[in-house]
Design a binder for this molecule. Sequence first.
Ligand SMILES: Cc1cc2nc3c(=O)[nH]c(=O)nc-3n(C[C@H](O)[C@H](O)[C@H](O)COP(=O)(O)O)c2cc1C
Ligand code: SF4
Length: 394
Amino acid sequence: MLNDVLEINGRTLKNRLVLQPMEGCDCLPDGSPSELTLRKYGKAAKSGAGTVWFEASAVCPEGCANDRQMVITEQNVDAFARMLDSMRKQSPTDQTYILQLTHSGRQSVRPIVVYRNALYEKDRPVDDDCVAEDGYLELVPEMFEKTARLAVRAGFDGVDVKACHGYLLSESLSAYDRPGKYGGSFENRTRLFLDCIRAVKPALPGDRLLTCRLGVSEMVPYPYGFGADEQGRLDMTEGDRLIGLLQDEGVHILNVTVGNPYFVPHINRPFRRGPYVPPETPETGLKRLEDIETHIKREFPRLVTVASGISYYREKVLDEAEKLLSHGACDLVGIGRMWLAYPDIYNDYLKGAVERRKCCLTCSKCTELMRLDAPSGCAVFDEYYRELYRRLTK
Ligand SMILES: Cc1cc2nc3c(=O)[nH]c(=O)nc-3n(C[C@H](O)[C@H](O)[C@H](O)COP(=O)(O)O)c2cc1C
Ligand code: SF4
């Protein structure tokens, strides 16, 4: 199954494996790919995966989470085109390239928030000046549209309007108490996100793909997160309603994720080791992800979906991917940390030669690097990041 093609919007995804977006925080000051960025995506090109979902790239300077975030602009679009050309030459599989578009919102260098959130602000205080006015939010869809046009010019096959992990569009979904057109009712809270989807659509001609990485629930207690009750337990009522609207808007692929990595990181990436001790076993988290993905696929059989969060399975990861596909939990399977650690895993899998000793340990060091405001990569298997991690944590 993993090796099956998938036809969508007149294009063929060469297999069911997706390399998930993994922010490297390693671009040049103008947002274009650095040598490190090119090195990472060069490995992605040779990985054999049918789809590479590029990392979060900001739609405006003030929406950057750090000064090395990927940003595509009029001035640097050719650098992205060269990167994609080079990847296409190196790829044996005629890959599909999707660029994730984001506004980092609360995680921007200077936070821009949709509402004051007491839970998050314990760790990262903000003041009322950080609350975006309606006039600013009204400009955001155009930022997504312009960036989508640049992405198409560079040669990306699709864009992702990112609404997950607590960034601006995701946060707007839980603006229960915000007054005005972006807060309160379901219609108002989904306005910003849906306006961005609608703005991006005309920027995607022909067989280009409109995709969305959606946090279907943040699993952060109501009223501080989307899709959860007062105890932070999953509630898919609004998530389902929103997915239905995305389907109606013509979204081609829904990349499903859950949780908020700044508050409940174990939910979207079950892990073995890390500075934060989760209240549940990784197996519980993996089961929850699969249940949610299965539920979505059952409710929205026509929508092409991507599963997430499975790197914990280590050398069994692609066998588990096959099971998710054959159980009908999804149409495509994504791997995140695993591809940073072991970019050749799929090629080895096809040869029946996956090596346990090369597999991601889900040790969270790549996330730690990011939180240390450093370039992020696999600090176990890649010498550059191993040395960087050692230097920053000694
Ligand atoms: C270092 C790091 C960077 C990430 N960057 C992004 C990103 O840019 N966009 C995004 O949607 N998810 C991002 N994620 C989440 C991953 O795409 C993925 O959902 C998560 O790691 C769980 O999948 P896995 O178990 O295969 O790693 C990141 C995760 C890590 C650890
Ligand atoms: S640092 Fe490497 S081994 Fe550890 S979780 Fe990240 S990708 Fe996996």
